[in-house]
Design a protein. Sequence first.
Length: 525
Amino acid sequence: MAVPDLNFGDLLEAVANAIPERPAIIYGDHHVSWREFDRRSNRLARYLAAAGLKSGSKVAFYLRNSPAYLELFYACAKGRFTHANVNYRYVDHELFHVLDNSDAEAVVFDASYAKQIQSLQPRLSKVKTYLSFGEDVLNDFSSDFEAACCQGDDSALDVQRSGDDQYFMYTGGTTGYPKAVVWRHKDRIAVIGMTDAQDAQAHGVQVKASPGPVVLPACPLMHSTGLTTAMVALVSGGCIVLLPNETFVAESCLSEIDKHKVERVAIVGDAFSIPILNCLRQYSDQYDLSSVQLISSAGAMWSEPRKRELLEYFPNATLSDSLGSSEGSRLGSSIMTKGESIGTASFKVGPSVKVFSEGLKEVEAGSGEAGMIAKAGPMPLGYYKDEAGTEKTFPTIDGVRYSMAGDWCRIEKDGTMTLLGRGNNCINSGGEKIYPEEVEEGLKQVPEILDAAVIGMPDERWGQAVTALVRMQQGKNFDEEQVTLHLKAGLARYKHPKVYKVVADDFRHDNGKINYRAARAMVEG
């Protein structure tokens, strides 16, 4: 069946025309109606076009959660520009890699990141314009984001859009450097099932006839889980409630849920569940959480005990645990309500999903054999400027193209699948992908360290904690404070080891590769 030629810009514009007075975004005391959301994005799209951006030009989003992120995405969809997310935790070479690799012609950043951008500016020859968001716009190389949204023509753009228009989702690469997953609008809209309408006009009619949900994405919009949650809600005519904090604060999250009668909340596994539960155990009587109908999670482990306890505080909620990645969604799902018990990492197999062995043979249910999860149907075009990675992750098997991001599972007799983890020793800590080799190389740059091995160890809150084995140079002692200072110069803070263990024994094979089984035994011993 052909995928309808739908575009985010057309769908959101149809929503704005259908429900102009309804709220679109709430951010602290700041409320944005759909009419205002629409007009601000029109001005912003015109600003980017006047700066020299054309159809397909890339725009880097170096932003924390705020209305600016959503307004910029809407403007890019309208102007046919390509969204390129930037992890705001990146520093120096990581940050430069995304800005350069994406061929960004515009960089939009929080004012607090001005120094990072200014230091890289001489090397970013493709960038035509910089926009700074925030109250402290004091640099002399960027323009004011707010001014771009408030000044100029706010009428609808005369642009013929296409379902083939693209947006990027940067995700971790096997070398530790991020790479962009290239999605066409129509494929992303179809795979998530954002609408059953065949065109934008029909979609607008549907939205006007029903109230939209009030949704709080507690996780960062710069990750696929957060952005997808927001876009699903906006396309359905909903209102997005954003937390007015730079980092996740459980008390703020619960307060906003109570204040705005939030119906759906998106988190990332135990990394969010644990602080929420810690707060509720002490102050549950301070919050009315009865409005919440759905709490969804994707991207990290969400343990069954945490789910069960959350349902004690959210009396009307259903918990939806989704298995997916930037390369493909709806691989599997796990639904849990109060009184039920669903095993951790146990999922119902998603539509058009199969599991293949390393030899690309389909794994039989109940065989006990581990295999890689593969998803057919609408999917990304591939990785931007990475043909080898595209061929590996999106293989064609028996004439059918699949997305295989490297998630391993076991198919049980009842047809459910048990997730085993991501291949290539990738560490998943709080939803962030961390590659051991990158951290190891950073540690080995410390003069006092002879060698290092990095592994992920089970952690109650983060799913996995980055754990480092280090061998010291003869006569040298380990100083964690000094090591942390050294790593900060070139490695995002979330990649730093949470646990160190100094060892004397070698943890490498004879061929020079790390013996991860031996390394794990050293940590546990």
